[in-house]
Design a protein around this ligand. Structure first.
Ligand code: ZN
Length: 378
């Protein structure tokens, strides 16, 4: 990326964080099922990270120490040094990153090596990244260390501080692998958690799509109604400060497995699948929310949404329903529900579902239920 463009991006970042949705896939090599998809998309939409000129992000590529300096200075929205000081013998004024490196140095975020070098092109390790990001934090070394980062490791206080703040998790085997080169995906994930520590991530799954229309009745196709309500729900949740990851934003087919993978891999806090109902008898009407039989948190989420949906749209209350046979409820690891706000197959419900204002009310009801769930579950 050209320096002038970067400076512009940072200037924009200082003035305001652009309000863009982090759902549409920006990089062809980072699909929504990628474990760092949401972090990468969020930071890219805020101009903090960018892909390569060919459009790829290269999530598994390593990241150099000078790129880390740029990342940390950009993420903290620091003003860039304009006078070259020459702190490091290997960072001359014609180095593309000298401003970032010198700014980070003056802020005490980087120190370099005892021989006055910075080794700008060396790949950064996981320990180095966490240290640079945590240097201006109040250190907190309480708790259980990673099995491969003992208290005499040079980066121990920074790694523990990041662990205690929920910024790093390490690996399932209890290690942190401090000397491993950090990948671009890992850096994005760590940075995202640092910038948005308590941001709840909600996976919204508009049911059906593409060749799978779902229920069709009274001139309505379920897949279209689902998507419309889901997009309205996304906007409402984002305006409340929630992170939202969508399984689809257009009329495409997705397998049930893909829908679960997107939510699971990105570690969403809850999963809300938006559907609308149909029955063989046209008299069936009203609202119900389904949850996984063996999930008490899923039941709680269903209760909150059911109550708020009924309040918002005034339909017949069919109650919440436990189900142990529905794929997305069974295979998502977070509390999950399927909303069925009204029946396409009922003429009165269908008339309502044709109205934009009614779809908006459905979205508002689900949104209110989610807000209530988070307020009572913590
Ligand atoms: Zn459906």
């Amino acid at each position: 990326m050209r320096k002038s463009l970067l400076l512009l991006l940072i200037a924009l970042l200082i003035i305001f964080l652009p309000k863009t949705s982090a759902f549409a896939q920006k990089f062809p090599d980072v699909p929504p099922t990628h474990w760092a998809f949401y972090s990468i998309e969020s930071l890219a939409s805020k101009g903090i990270i960018a892909g390569y000129p060919d459009g790829l992000f290269r999530p598994e590529a390593h990241i150099s120490r000078s790129q880390i300096a740029k990342l940390v200075v950009s993420s903290k929205a620091l003003s860039l040094n304009t006078t070259f000081k020459g702190y490091f013998t290997d960072v001359p004024q014609d180095h593309w990153a000298w401003q970032y490196i010198e700014t980070a140095y003056e802020q005490g975020l980087i120190k370099g090596f005892p021989d006055k070098t910075f080794k700008p092109e060396d790949p950064a390790t996981r320990a180095q990244l966490v240290t640079i990001l945590m240097r201006d934090h109040l250190l907190d070394t309480s708790g259980t260390p990673f099995t491969d980062v003992s208290p005499d490791h040079w980066a121990y206080p920074y790694i523990m501080t990041a662990k205690n703040a929920g910024i790093v998790e390490g690996f399932p085997d209890g290690t942190f692998k401090p000397e491993r080169f950090v990948t671009r995906a890992e850096a994005a994930s760590i940075l995202y958690r640092m910038l948005c520590p308590s941001n709840k991530l909600i996976a919204i799954d508009p049911g059906h799509g593409g060749s799978d229309s779902g229920a069709c009745a009274n001139g309505l196709k379920e897949k279209d109604v689902n998507l419309d309500v889901a997009l309205a729900l996304r906007n409402l949740l984002e305006s409340q400060g929630y992170g939202v990851i969508m399984t689809r934003t257009t009329d495409i087919y997705l397998s049930l497995r893909q829908r679960c993978d997107i939510a699971n891999n990105n570690k969403a806090d809850i999963f809300v699948s938006v559907h609308h109902n149909a029955a063989t008898v046209s008299t069936a009407r009203g609202t119900e929310v389904l949850y996984y039989t063996y999930s008490s948190k899923g039941k709680k989420l269903a209760e909150c949404i059911q109550v708020e949906l009924i309040k918002a749209i005034g339909t017949r209350d069919r109650g919440i329903k436990p189900r142990d046979d529905l794929y997305v409820l069974k295979h998502t690891v977070m509390p999950a529900v399927i909303t069925e706000a009204a029946f396409l197959s009922n003429p009165e419900d269908a008339e309502l579902l044709k109205q934009d204002s009614f779809r908006q009310k459905i979205a508002q009801g689900i949104c209110n239920g989610i807000i209530k769930y988070f307020s009572v579950s913590e």
